[in-house]
Design a binder for this molecule. Structure first.
Ligand code: ACO
Length: 308
């Protein structure tokens, strides 16, 4: 029995914050941000909660998969910026959507949240404990970014992505590998009721190495070759990390999807947003072999290889 992504959806706030806007806020430049990260602009939520964004992305995913809210039996929401400390944002989302037969919980795995969620959801589907799962990655990172710190504030943005998963479709999760190493917690963390803090240089090197390792592992376990892969959808943290990863895996950059120039790093939302846009642009089709990979605070990281 395979686990298939039946529908995807996304939402980003209307407000665009460009590199030129940031030039007026901190000592930075469009040139520095573009060459070091690939980011040109990001979206900022104004008057919208995390659940508002997650709700809009979820409606699209439900519609695309032709799923009624009451058919969902589990909601997993990956976020590091919930609206309340409790209850879980997944429960608030459940109420908004009317998924009254589901149970719902949040997971905290930073940028790897969507992949961790995919791993949990597919285990429950394969073991027949859930039939249809709504998996959401949503972030309002603008509320934990220190807007006076040029080393971090240029990198992040807000948004949400969602997917409906079931065993009924044509797709299949072929192999996955998830990891964490808490000894690196202080490389990227959020202060209690404070700001996101990051040691960017160290993170850069660890990100390339660790994502490459899990990607190689899932490719080997699935018994496919690099040349068989149609598309890589990496977490959108930095275009240079994606380039270094592609080089290390020996995958041409044309096979790696990136929309980082428009949204920056949206943490748990970045992979589902990218999946949605890749599909819209015709870069991701049914039957394609897709490699997803992410790395984030924890440190957490992982890779999943799917027949889409
Ligand atoms: N504008 C201008 N100059 C800047 C800026 C800025 N916005 N930010 C830093 N600088 C300066 C630094 O002060 C430094 O100056 P100095 O040489 O005089 O000391 C210089 O630019 C170089 O800084 P570095 O930190 O060495 O720059 P680097 O090339 O490493 O790029 C970056 C920094 C973009 C943060 C990179 O290290 C990176 O992308 N790291 C990974 C981030 C990441 O992957 N995050 C993912 C996880 S996020 C999550 O889980 C929520």
């Amino acid at each position: 029995m395979g686990v298939s992504i039946e529908g995807v959806g996304y939402y980003v706030p209307q407000k665009v914050l460009t590199n030129f806007d940031l030039e007026k806020m901190v000592d930075t430049s469009d040139e520095w941000i573009t060459t070091r990260t690939g980011i040109k602009e990001r979206r900022i939520a104004e008057g919208e909660s995390l659940v508002d964004m997650a709700y809009k992305a979820s409606l699209m995913a439900l519609e695309e998969s032709k799923t009624k809210p009451e058919e969902i039996d589990l909601i997993i929401l990956a976020t590091l910026t919930p609206d309340l400390s409790f209850p879980a944002s997944a429960c608030l989302l459940q109420a908004r959507l009317g998924c009254n037969k589901a149970y719902a919980f949040d997971i905290s795995a930073a940028c790897s949240g969507f992949l961790y969620g995919l791993e949990i959801a597919s285990s429950l589907i394969i073991s027949n404990r859930a039939k249809k799962v709504l998996l959401v990655g949503a972030e309002r990172l603008s509320q934990i970014v220190d807007w006076t710190d040029r080393a971090t504030c240029v990198l992040f943005g807000d948004g949400a992505g969602a997917a409906v998963l079931s065993a009924e479709g044509e797709g299949e999760l072929l192999a996955s590998a998830m990891r964490s190493d808490g000894s690196y917690w202080d490389i990227l963390y959020g202060e209690r009721c404070g700001y996101l803090r990051m040691k960017g240089k160290e993170l850069f090197k660890l990100a390339v190495r660790s994502m490459a390792e899990v990607c190689e592992e899932v490719i080997k376990r699935a018994g496919v070759s690099i040349a068989d892969i149609d598309l890589v959808v990496p977490h959108q943290a930095n275009i240079r990390i994606m380039q270094a990863l592609a080089e290390r895996l020996n995958i041409p950059m044309e096979k790696a999807y990136s929309n980082i120039h428009k949204y920056g790093n949206t943490s748990a939302a970045s992979i589902p947003i990218a999946l949605y846009e890749a599909k819209q642009e015709g870069r991701l089709k049914r039957g394609d072999l897709v490699l997803l990979t992410a790395m984030g605070g924890g440190l957490t990281w992982g890779a999943s290889l799917l027949r889409f």
